[in-house]
Design a protein around this ligand. Sequence first.
Ligand SMILES: Nc1nc2c(ncn2[C@@H]2O[C@H](COP(=O)(O)OP(=O)(O)O)[C@@H](O)[C@H]2O)c(=O)[nH]1
Ligand SMILES: [Mg+2]
Length: 360
Amino acid sequence: MQHDTMIFRKESGVSRDDLKATVATQRGGDVAPVEQTETAFSMMDSHTEMADFGRSIGDAPKCRDRIVILGRTRAGKTIYLATLYEQLWQGEKGFHLRSVNGQTHMALLGVVETLRTGKWPAATSGLRYLDLEIVYKGKSRPLVSLDYPGEVFRKAFVEGATTPDVVELLDHVDRAAAVVFLVDPKVAEHGSISDAMDDDFGMLMALQRIQSMAAGRPVPVTFVLTKCDLHMDMIRAAGGLTEFIKTRYRQFVRAAPDFFAYTCSAVQTVPGDNGPVVRNDYRPIRVTTPIVYLLDRLAQIDADEAQRKNDRCVRDAQKRAIADDEKAKRRAIVRWTLFWALFLSLAVVLGMIAWRVAGR
Ligand SMILES: Nc1nc2c(ncn2[C@@H]2O[C@H](COP(=O)(O)OP(=O)(O)O)[C@@H](O)[C@H]2O)c(=O)[nH]1
Ligand SMILES: [Mg+2]
């Protein structure tokens, strides 16, 4: 199976008419950059308004500490996370995944066990958190997925509802230090128009909210097309991954500053009487890649921030040293002035006394 990866990167400092998106198509580690021109800014102003609309609920700043996995219902979130868990549960030293609570462990293990018997797990209903902690290069970060039905996304970002499920989804989104968008590409190709638009629009809204609430700190994003054991031919027929994403998720591509996109397949399937069934010897393909990318970006962002903080401290210390120096100089001038004033006064007094004594 051929899997593709690509990086969309809009170069900063370009004019409105000349916004460029550099698309690198990566196959087996070789990166061949391809230039493409986008006219993205015409959409931006109305997007900002829409983001503000999404921001009206619970807009106090939250601690951005986690990698958040977002996707509409049936996007493949649960199976993606379960296979990620399976792969990293016994991970190498310094790179592994653990559940924060027993429910998450049981839920994911249950999914893996079902998949290993060649069956699909039952769909999750209602809102449900999967709370994990990922350890990478010795540092741990929360990794959280929220399972939610598609209509909650719609209520949150299209209708602007304030129901508890919406508040919970927005709270989840607002805690993102980094985001994995999981998308089933078949929805864009063969799903209903409203589902396809909801996918694109919903992701755009979530992205806009994340960007508008991030207070200048970059929030790295990956865009993952799931179930590609089945969908690679469809993606190739559309002109490849780059073309597929550019043409099927236009709003998202225009709004995202840069993102890493790739195909993945958590499991592989064989045809069955009632649709594809899981091969019990499945091998998760590219499930760790987006997470590693995000963790590396976050480490870089943290390092840059620490460097900036350090530079600020050095600058402040220098400023303080200069101010102290100035103060010391001023004090010395005052001291010497007083000394000479006293000395001269004393000399005058002594002179006068000597003159009087001499005059008697
Ligand atoms: N062929 C294939 N189908 C998948 C894969 N991942 C998920 N699916 C299908 O998508 C359905 C929904 O997956 P699920 O993880 O429950 O989606 P969620 O609602 O986003 O959590 C599953 O029941 C499978 O039929 C995959 O890697 N390959
Ligand atoms: Mg689920």
